[in-house]
Design a protein around this ligand. Structure first.
Ligand code: S3P
Length: 439
């Protein structure tokens, strides 16, 4: 087992460029794989989650060349060119891969089985199986969790589906299956959630009509290959945004090339409402996605009540928001975030246990948390916490070292490599002192 020791530091400075966006990298592999011709993707996230998708696409007959770690050429086989894998497809820790592949594979003329690591094998899959069955797919789970067994050769039809939760993974799984249906499919979300699939499908020439919270896909004859430069992952930048607010030197911490898709930037709005000084520089587009650089300055944060509408737009960033909240003056309250309980870990329980070990007063709510900010000065004692194998918990507590009285030892950190290869080095480059070793 691997651990981090995050030693107390006071200051961060300089420039950080975070790795490519995980959500976009998964989608790039899948859509390019079923497009006509060769797609070129730069800025690809070479994290374990996306590599699980890459390996799965290869097992399904797609030739993928890696020019370098982050530069891939995907030779599309066309909408009807995938072939069955000769064994179960292992999605590792990647919920996005498992859910999106369930949609894509539901529409194929062959059978498939999807498996994953200990965490993924416990995560809910009926949320994708239910709408796919309504389309005519044959998808089976084991008591709601993986393995996911898919029988092929089912004729799919278009549906009008209202999602009970605002999940981009569910929406994307349905839209992927809908590429093969015999009519249009509409997915309606109860709230805004990330729209990378809709944007990339449109870039590949697929007609997707957006009407508020409704997305309607019209099945295409073919998808066009794409040339894509994946923006830096906002969710990875989030750790450095909070680090900058807690300890940037006067010139600020610059985070370059961050994807600022408005369905992802809830944390930016929340941190600004807490008094965080985050400047957006050089705003531009990278293909279908908005991108910018962020200059973050040290700021005295105030606790806030987080608006429910911002929760789905910040869902992956809530663990590091809890760290910021512990360093604010006053109380921060997050509700409506019950989805945190079914992520790579139960993130409410994992954050609560870690905050308790480091002396932060808080109350756990069924769907969120209330945190008593400690204001300026030390917000955390030193101590030991367990990331529960969850990359975002491990990285969040690393950032706490900027306001800690002693070292924070974080257990079970190997999964940081699922989303953020090079985290320790980048943290070190801006002034954090995070050391990785065997436990
Ligand atoms: C993702 C959607 C979100 C997010 C996950 C990535 C995606 O999950 O938490 O990290 O790429 O579609 P849900 O769809 O479960 O909200």
């Amino acid at each position: 087992m691997r651990k981090f020791e995050a030693r107390p530091v006071r200051r961060v400075s300089g420039t950080a460029a975070v790795p490519g966006d995980k959500s976009i990298s998964h989608r790039a592999l899948m859509l390019s794989g079923i497009a006509e011709g060769t797609s070129e993707v730069t800025g690809f996230l070479a994290g374990e989650d996306c590599l699980a998708s890459l390996t799965a696409m290869r097992a399904l007959g797609v030739k993928i060349e890696r020019r370098s770690a982050n530069h891939v050429l995907i030779h599309g086989v066309g909408l009807h060119g995938l072939r069955g894998a000769d064994r179960a497809l292992d999605m590792g820790n990647a919920g996005t891969a498992m859910r999106l592949f369930t949609g894509l594979l539901s529409a194929q003329p062959f059978d498939s089985q999807l498996i994953g690591d200990v965490s993924l094998m416990k995560r809910p899959m009926e949320r994708v199986a239910t709408p796919l069955r309504a389309m005519g797919a044959d998808v089976r789970t084991r008591n709601g969790t993986p393995p996911v067994d898919i029988s092929g050769s089912r004729k799919l039809h278009g549906i009008d589906y209202r999602m009970p939760v605002a999940s981009a993974q569910v929406k994307s799984a349905v839209l992927l299956a809908a590429l093969y249906a015999d009519g249009a499919t509409t997915v309606t979300s109860p709230a805004i959630c990330r729209d990378h699939s809709e944007r990339m499908l449109a870039s590949c020439g697929v007609r997707v009509d957006i009407d508020g919270l409704r997305a309607t896909l019209h099945p295409p004859m073919a998808l066009a290959a794409q040339r894509l430069n994946v923006p830096g992952d906002f969710s990875s930048a989030a750790f450095f945004m909070v680090a900058g607010l807690l300890g940037a030197t006067d010139e600020g911490l610059l985070i370059r090339n961050v994807g600022l898709n408005p369905t992802r930037t809830g944390l930016l709005d929340i941190l600004r409402s807490m008094g965080g000084d985050i400047e957006i520089l050089n705003a531009r587009d990278s293909g279908a996605e908005p991108v910018a650089d962020l200059r973050v300055r040290a700021s005295a944060l105030r606790g806030v009540e987080v608006a429910a509408t911002l929760v789905p737009l910040a869902i992956d960033e809530l663990p590091v928001l809890f760290i910021a909240a512990a360093c604010a003056t006053g109380e921060t309250r997050v509700t409506g975030a019950e989805e945190l309980r079914v992520k790579e870990s139960d993130r409410i329980a994992a954050m609560s246990a870690g905050l308790a070990s480091l002396g932060v007063a808080h109350s756990v709510l069924p769907d969120g948390m209330q945190i008593e900010g400690r204001g300026t000065g030390h917000a955390f004692s030193g101590g030991e916490i367990d990331s529960r194998g969850d990359h975002r918990i491990a990285m969040s507590f690393s950032i706490a070292s900027l306001r800690a009285a002693g070292s924070i030892v974080i257990r079970d950190v190997a999964n940081v490599a699922t989303s953020f290869p090079g985290f320790v080095d980048l943290a070190g480059a801006v002034g954090l002192d995070v050391r990785e070793s065997a436990l």
